[in-house]
Each structure stands twice: as C-alpha cells, then as structure tokens.
Write a protein that binds this ligand. Structure first.
Ligand code: PMP
Length: 403
C-alpha cells in the first residue's frame, strides 16, 4: 500500500510529541477512513431516526440503510440468510449472548466447554461464568512454544459431555491463525457446535462462514476500520432459533401482555432496544472501503509488511518473539532484553510510535509463557516499510537507553 491510503485517514495526519504519528496498535482498534467518518456524519445529518418502528420518511430510510448493512455483512462473510446476522456492540457482546444462551438452555452439571490457552478474556470469562452457573467446566487446549494448537491434544479433549467449543480464529497476541476449518470438522465429528471468536480473524483472513461450516462467528466493526460499538454475531439459523433472547425490551418481542410475552423472529429476537444505526452505517462504509481496495490486496500487504517487520527486527540483538506460528497474521509480540514491556512501550510513545504493551487481555497465555506481558506491534493497511524502519531505529535507541 502507498502513502496515498494513509492520506484517507485524518487521524494519521497528526503529530504526537512533535513526531509524525506512527500507529502500530491495530489489533486493539483500527483507524477510520474519511469515507466511514463521512457516512456516519451524513447519517446523523440527513436520516437519523429510529428504525423498524416509524412510518415516516426518515425512519423508512434509516431502516433501509440499517438492513442494507445486514445484507452487506451477510454477503461479506458468506452467510446463507440475512437473519443469521445479529447486530451486537462487538465481539464481547456476541460471545456473551451465546454463552448466556447455552447456560440458560443447554449446559447441565458436569458438561464441558472446550477453549484454548490463547483465548482473549472475552472468550474465557463468559464461558467460565456460564460453567459456574450450571456446574459445568472448561477444558483447555494446550499450545506449543511457537504458539500453535496441538490437533491431537484438541481431539483428546472431547468427551460425551462436551457441549461447545469456543476458539479464536487468530490470536491477538501471537498472531497465530488457527486451522479452524479442521477444528470445526473435528467438533462436528463429535456432534459439538463451535463458536469462532473472529475479532482478529475478520481482518486477517477471508471469512466464509458456510465454507468454514462454523456454528457461530463473532467480530467487532472497529477492528476493520468501522466505528466502535457495532459488531456482529453470525449464527446458524438452527442454533439462533434454539437460543433464548439475551436482553429484553423493545424490538425483540412479538406480543407483550402481563400474562405472557412472545418473541420476535430472527434476528430481532436478539436486538433489544434502539440499535447503533449510525455504527451499522459506518460498518457498511468500512466494508465498502475494504472491498474497494480488495481483500486479497489487503492481506498481501499485511503479509509483506509482517515479513519485513520480522526480518528487520531480527537485526536487533536481544529481541525475543512470542509466537512464531507457521500461519501468522500481522501481529508481532516481543520482548527486548530483560526490559519490562511497559518501559519499551512508553519510550516508543515519546518517539511518536503507538504500540500496545501488557497482557493484552490474555493472562492465561502470559502464564503459559511465564512472562508479565509483551510489546505488541500490529499492522494495517496504512502502515508502511518506512514506518517499520523508524520503529526498528527507535528500538535500537531504546535498547541502549535501557541498558
Ligand atoms: N477476542 C479477541 C481475539 C480480541 O482481539 C478482542 C479485542 N481485543 C476481543 C475478543 C474483544 O473485542 P471487543 O472488545 O471489540 O468486543
């Protein structure tokens, strides 16, 4: 990608501590192109109104735009039906919706839920709470030193008590792209449904839920150039039909009386209250932005820059990479000598370089490697080789400063 793409991102034109901003924290959230910002502003300036309920002009237009996003997402991830696309606040809410539904209907005492060592807290804690409520338990897939899942160990975790597998598509710390198609097949061989945490996977791979055959796929708009506060739960119709509503209120009902309430059809059963219409419209603009560049081009750029970054960083003596899977997304976690990640991150910040440090909401993974945290560089469409050269220069300086 060229500097021209960066020009489309107003936030990236600024200086931080008088240095041009180099934003390398894309696994936490991506920046938003002008087209997305304009789409959201235009929505509020021209058609803002509540969806599905109004007969007036603005409400009809807002509803059309909102539902148009649902169809766009359906096509983007290859879902069979648009009613299998549920709007949520993000990945976290999507996983909570499913975990709660399982706790309320399916999970019983001594049942088992399979997760992996590399999960984000968002794909651990909802299952842990669901398990506690039902007397069920978590079983954890181990990973090797490179950050890869052992398929045999995964196989061996299944038992007649396994009720669901919840696994990340791509690790937000290690960058590992898990072989989810195989993992989904294994789960189905045991007649167990599987949820994929796609918070990182949606940006780092081309997702087709029908081809993957996953039962649930969750992601957040803000990781793919869309606004915060909007995300997606994809679920196969048969599972969404089976799960009870997550939140209750307006929109998700068919009829309400004080004696009995009946629920709306899919996907509205899961969309209680006024939704984030502006966010949904921003999400559609973000998908348009991605498709205009082309997903293959985006992935090729990320891959090229990942290889370049890893190679350049190897020039620095004392770098230890955490996560060296064969199939890897553009996320690089590392330690520099014995320095605390926070010290390295703070010094990078003074040089205008934004990275993330800490446990990245994956404390069990940190325990696996027996480290307090990592420095994490994560790349996106607007990052350039020139920025990586500056990062490497900065790390060399920091190494001397901290020695
Ligand atoms: N899972 C993974 C793998 C993530 O990287 C994140 C975000 N860091 C989440 C879940 C949670 O996403 P959100 O905060 O957007 O709900």
């Amino acid at each position: 990608m060229t500097e021209k793409i960066k020009d489309e991102f107003p936030i990236l034109q600024q200086h931080v501590y008088e240095k041009p901003l180099i934003y390398l924290d894309n696994a936490a959230t991506t920046q938003k192109p002008a087209s997305v910002l304009t789409a959201v502003t235009e929505y509020y300036q021209t058609i803002n109104s509540n969806v599905h309920r109004g007969v007036h002009h603005l409400s009809v237009l807002a509803t059309e735009a909102y539902e148009d996003t649902r169809t766009t997402i359906q096509q983007f991830i290859g879902a069979k039906h648009s009613h299998e696309i549920v709007f949520t606040r993000g990945t976290t809410e999507a996983i909570n919706l499913v975990a709660n539904g399982f706790a309320n209907t399916i999970l019983k005492k001594d049942d088992e839920i399979i997760v992996s060592t590399m999960e984000h807290h968002s794909n651990i804690v909802p299952w842990q709470l669901a398990a506690e409520r039902c007397g069920a338990k978590l079983k954890v897939i181990p990973i090797d030193e490179n950050g890869e899942i052992d398929p045999i160990a995964y196989q061996n975790l299944f038992s007649p008590k396994t009720k669901i597998v919840a696994i990340t598509h791509v690790s937000n710390v290690l960058g590992t792209i898990n072989p989810i198609k195989d993992m989904i097949k294994t789960a189905h061989e045991h007649q167990v449904p599987i949820l994929i945490d796609g918070a990182q996977g949606i940006k780092s791979t081309k997702v087709n839920v029908q081809d993957l055959d996953c039962d649930f796929y969750c992601f957040s708009g803000h990781k793919i150039y869309a606004p915060m506060g909007i995300g997606i739960l994809y679920g196969k119709e048969k599972y969404l039909e089976q799960l009870p509503p997550y939140q209750c209120g307006g929109e998700m009902i068919k009829n309400v009386s004080f004696e009995k309430t009946t629920f709306n059809t899919l996907p509205f059963k899961f969309e209680a209250g006024t939704p984030n219409v502006g966010g949904a419209i921003g999400l559609k603009a973000a998908i348009d932005f991605i498709l205009k560049i082309g997903q293959d081009q985006l992935l090729a750029h990320d891959n090229m820059l990942l290889k370049y970054t890893e190679e350049k960083m190897q020039e620095i003596e004392g770098i230890r990479f955490i996560g060296q899977a064969k199939d890897k997304a553009a996320v690089i976690s590392f330690l520099l000598d014995k320095n605390h990640p926070a010290d390295v991150g703070t010094l990078l910040d003074t040089m205008g370089i934004a990275v993330r440090t800490g446990h990245h909401c994956a404390e069990p993974l940190m325990n696996r490697y027996q480290i307090p945290g990592t420095v994490r560089v994560s790349l996106a469409v607007y990052n350039t080789k020139n920025e990586i050269d500056k990062l490497v220069e900065a790390l060399k300086k920091i190494k001397i400063m901290l020695s």
